[in-house]
Design a binder for this molecule. Structure first.
Ligand code: ZN
Length: 206
């Protein structure tokens, strides 16, 4: 299983970090050891002083494929989840300044929190609207209608380079509002269509 992540896929987020809006998807990976199962706490890593949350819609690949053509892309995912792409922003900044890969800032143990999956049709309503709350206060709101590269484009693009395999995950990028977390913070994510239910995503920082 591989975890494929897309960076800067919402204009507002690219702007808030003073990054240019990309012309093609920006791709990076996390190893399977980065996965943080829902409701398991994240222990604040000792190597950072600026750990950030990035809420993202996550696609689960349900079919193997390479060089997927756009008209077939939607057959490759049927379920979605919410995840947090935890980022050591201070380390990422150092990596970027040196032109180094940023895995140590983004692919460390526990850096990919993941909720349970739900059928796509259950949460779709003019795109997927979702939000992240930190200690009960909304910090990020997103709608996949604002994606620079939509799900189908990502499937087509990613599969040019990497064979998609059943069970692979694609973190599709974060909307604006990323920010720091501290020990003791509780993070809860939900799709707006499920806002009357217990939050799908739950993660405590310890
Ligand atoms: Zn991200």
């Amino acid at each position: 299983m591989k975890i494929i992540c897309i960076g800067r896929n919402y204009k507002d987020h690219a702007k808030e970090l003073n990054n240019p809006v990309p012309k093609q998807p920006l791709i990076f990976m996390k190893p399977s050891s980065a996965l943080l199962i829902n409701k398991k706490p994240l222990y604040y890593p000792e190597f950072t002083k600026d750990l950030h949350h990035e809420i993202e819609v996550v696609l689960k690949i349900c079919k193997n494929g390479r060089h997927v053509q756009p008209e077939f892309a939607k057959e490759y995912y049927k379920e979605v989840a919410l995840g947090i792409d935890f980022t050591a922003r201070d380390i990422q900044k150092q990596c970027k300044e040196k032109g180094h890969p940023w895995e140590i800032a983004k692919a460390f143990d526990g850096s990919a929190s993941l909720s349970e999956f739900v059928p796509l049709d259950l949460v779709e309503d003019n795109g997927l609207q979702f939000e992240l709350k930190k200690n009960g206060e909304t910090v990020q709101i997103g709608n996949t209608q604002d994606l620079i590269f939509d799900f189908n484009y990502l499937i087509t693009y990613v599969s040019k380079f990497f064979k998609l395999q059943m069970g692979d995950l694609i973190y599709t990028g974060t909307p604006a509002g990323v920010g720091p977390v501290q020990i003791g913070d509780v993070l809860e994510g939900n799709f707006s269509k499920m806002s009357d239910q217990t939050p799908l995503l739950y993660c405590e920082i310890k």
